[in-house]
Design a protein around this ligand. Structure first.
Ligand SMILES: Nc1ncnc2c1ncn2[C@@H]1O[C@H](COP(=O)(O)OP(=O)(O)OP(=O)(O)O)[C@@H](O)[C@H]1O
Ligand SMILES: [Mg+2]
Length: 282
């Protein structure tokens, strides 16, 4: 980890989280009424390699949960479990349970395509379809057969993604002509148009410049009023700024600590987490 990473002391005073560090610890593993996603002993293998040690964690509704940790520690692997994107990887095997509002998404009767409409995903690199701006956003609702009032659905998603003002007079133009930051907000609009409950983001701002990054961060905070957001980030200051809770994975795919973000950055329980955050490890 680069020595320029901020220290705990650098970060703690700048935390803009909703919860003070001295609040009681979150029940990181116990499901409660607010739990949207509940992993229990969720384990992932690629062939014979174990990428994720058993993870037990309860993620609450309408909060931002950040996932941090060194490269290769299983952040994307965990995130992809949440909407069964790992199904598409040959040799990938998931064990344990992941309940979405109480229902194990790995049960045989769960249709992964339908699940992904409820749990949308935004990737590191903006990946709009080579279609018009309008058609990108309308894509999910059309598949769902919800084309009544499609114009209103598209406008609403673009507004929630903070892009409407910039594109309302060019909806028929190609999405590929937008800037990188605009493309990423378009991908967020596309993810929220089918009205999912959960949005997964894998380093959504890492390919963007600082201004576009700030826009995405502001947007994530707004989205959390309506949605549950789970975001992988390499940027610890970003995790501290935008998340309510933080999961720290370390090498070997172990979830070492999961708690309120303010607590993780101010007084982590695990020495390895403190070492990672202060740049001594990872
Ligand atoms: N498709 C795959 N096939 C085989 N092994 C994989 C695959 N994807 C990931 N892995 C392995 O699983 C482990 C976790 O990878 P993962 O991509 O989840 O890490 P990460 O924390 O997201 O890393 P990064 O920060 O670099 O994105 C690594 O050892 C990686 O090599
Ligand atoms: Mg990754």
């Amino acid at each position: 980890m680069a020595t320029s990473e901020p220290t705990v002391d650098d970060l703690a005073p700048t935390l803009e989280t909703n919860v003070a560090a001295d609040e009681p610890p979150a029940d990181a593993g116990e499901a409660s009424e607010e739990t949207v996603l509940h992993a229990s002993d969720l384990t992932v293998y690629y062939g014979t390699e174990q990428a994720l040690q058993p993870v037990t964690a309860a993620l609450p509704e309408r909060e931002v949960t950040a996932i941090i940790g060194p490269s290769g520690c299983g952040k994307s692997t965990f995130l992809r479990c949440i909407n069964r994107m790992n199904d598409q990887i040959d040799g990938c095997r998931v064990e344990g349970k992941l309940r979405f509002y109480g229902k194990n998404i790995y049960d045989n009767d769960v249709d992964p395509v339908a699940l992904r409409r409820k749990i949308g995903m935004v990737f590191q690199k903006p990946n709009p379809f080579p279609k018009s701006i309008y058609d990108n956003v309308a894509y999910g609702p059309r598949i769902q057969g919800c084309d009544d009032d499609l114009d209103a659905t598209v406008e609403s998603a673009l507004r929630r993604a903070a892009l409407w003002e910039e594109v309302s007079d060019r909806l028929d133009e190609s999405a590929l002509d937008l800037s990188g930051g605009q493309q990423q907000r378009l991908c967020i609009a596309r993810a929220i148009a089918p009205d999912p409950g959960v949005i997964l983001m894998d380093e959504p701002a890492s390919a963007l410049d600082p201004i576009a990054t700030t826009k995405i961060e502001d947007l994530i905070e707004e989205l959390a009023e309506e949605y549950t957001v789970v975001i992988v980030t390499h940027n610890m200051q970003q995790a501290a700024r935008i998340s309510d809770r933080t999961m720290v994975f370390l090498t070997g795919g172990e979830l070492v600590e999961f708690d309120r973000t303010a607590k993780i950055f101010a007084e982590p329980e695990d020495q390895r987490v403190e070492d990672y955050i202060t740049g001594k490890f990872g």
